[in-house]
Design a binder for this molecule. Structure first.
Ligand SMILES: [Ca+2]
Length: 397
């Protein structure tokens, strides 16, 4: 069975298939029960978790939504690190200071970083999502482009019920099954959630001690170290080789300083950081935008959410929450509009036509596309920043 897209004429079409869909889902549920039982889920838990379950069409709409325009990083940062989120963060940080300090000491994760993640994931607990996580995950597991994710997370959610960590109706979250104040998916919950207050439950929905400790524990296991910084905005020399701003190129602070990098404010790199600390340079908007030298803590934040824009937002918001400035000094190239999906594919195809392999022509500008773009830029004598802009696309074509 193919699920039908909602749109013009969807009502008429869905009426004609209304008989078939529930039966298909029921059949799938039976086979899933067998898979879950093999993974150790009891019949009792399966009954409690899956009886009466139906699919949620809204989850498919959200899962299928592939944005035609990707959002520019400066637009994302404007809302992620808005004046309101900064102010609320400072207030929440002060309200929970004792608890946050205790957890900072216990896990070695800075309180302002925990607070910033809390702020981005749920606006400090204001928007945690009220989807039934079991239904949302079963919907994803049934069909679509995330069935593997849906199945493993659904089994994880059933394990949460089976162990008595949370009741069936308490499992609320986002449409993709991320739950609680800092949006843990079930397998992350099972591996990293912590019972801070010792009441026997790891309550990421209601108990802020459990929330902060769980988040700190996850970051700590991901490599976060309190005595290191996330990174810093840097100024690059005019003759800088932008090919060095590559995710594979890591160097010690002392080496970056020798290449001419300086901090935007105050002290030099070697004075401000351990000269042996290793980091990589990121230029999210290419040679014309800001640059940041980022260290291991930034990589730990990326394990939480694999988006450079997200990790940068957490980092900059954390500075503001701690009472330092998180404002980016360099100017973003705001006149650059992001490429459309078709333009991103055109750019990949153009690189391919010229003999530079961008990987699959899928409109996703990942490491492969950037590498190919850099190689072409270098060959034609342009700054090799790997940044896909309208100007670059026009030059390539
Ligand atoms: Ca607890």
């Amino acid at each position: 069975m193919k699920r039908l897209l909602v749109g013009v004429g969807a009502l008429a079409v869905s009426l004609s298939t209304a008989q078939a869909e529930p039966a298909d889902f029921e059949r799938w549920l039976s086979s899933f029960r067998a898979e879950a039982a093999a993974a150790g889920i009891s019949a009792e838990t399966l009954d409690a978790g899956l009886t009466g379950l139906s699919i949620n069409e809204r989850v498919y709409e959200l899962n299928d939504n592939q944005p035609e325009f990707s959002r520019a990083i400066w637009d994302y940062l404007d809302s992620a690190v808005s004046a309101t989120r900064i102010q609320n963060g400072q207030t929440k940080y002060l309200e929970n200071r004792n608890l946050l300090t205790l957890i900072e000491e216990a896990y070695g994760v800075d309180a302002e970083i925990i607070s910033a993640i809390w702020g981005l994931e749920s606006s400090y607990g204001a928007i945690m999502g009220d989807y039934d996580a079991i239904q949302a995950l079963a919907t994803l597991a049934f069909e679509g482009r995330r069935t593997g994710y849906g199945r493993s997370q659904l089994i994880g959610a059933l394990k949460i019920i089976q162990h008595g960590y949370a009741g069936r109706t308490e499992l609320k979250g986002s449409w993709a099954g991320a739950m609680g104040h800092t949006q843990f998916i079930p397998t992350t919950y099972l591996s990293y959630a912590v019972d801070h207050d010792g009441d026997g439950r790891r309550d990421i929905w209601n108990n802020l001690g459990d929330v902060f400790a769980s988040t700190a524990n996850y970051l700590s296991v991901s490599g976060y170290r309190r005595d290191e910084a996330w990174g810093v905005e840097v100024r690059l020399p005019s003759d800088f080789d932008y090919a060095l701003a590559d995710s594979d190129t890591k160097k010690a602070v002392v080496e970056w300083a020798a290449l001419g990098l300086t901090t935007m404010r105050g002290a030099g790199l070697n004075e401000r950081f351990d000269p042996n600390l290793r980091g990589r340079l990121i230029i999210p908007a290419g040679a014309r935008g800001p640059g940041f030298l980022v260290f291991g803590n930034f990589e730990a934040i990326l394990k939480y959410n694999r988006s450079t824009a997200y990790a940068l937002a957490v980092s900059l918001l954390s500075e503001e929450i701690a009472g330092r400035s998180g404002a980016v000094v360099s100017v973003w190239p705001r006149e650059d509009r992001p490429l459309t999906l078709d333009e991103r594919k055109n750019l990949q195809q153009a690189l391919k036509d010229r003999g530079y392999d961008p990987g699959p022509v899928d409109g996703i500008i990942g490491a492969g596309t950037k590498r190919a773009l850099r190689a072409w830029q270098k060959a034609v004598g342009l700054p090799a920043d790997g940044y896909a802009s309208v100007a670059i696309l026009n030059t390539l074509k």
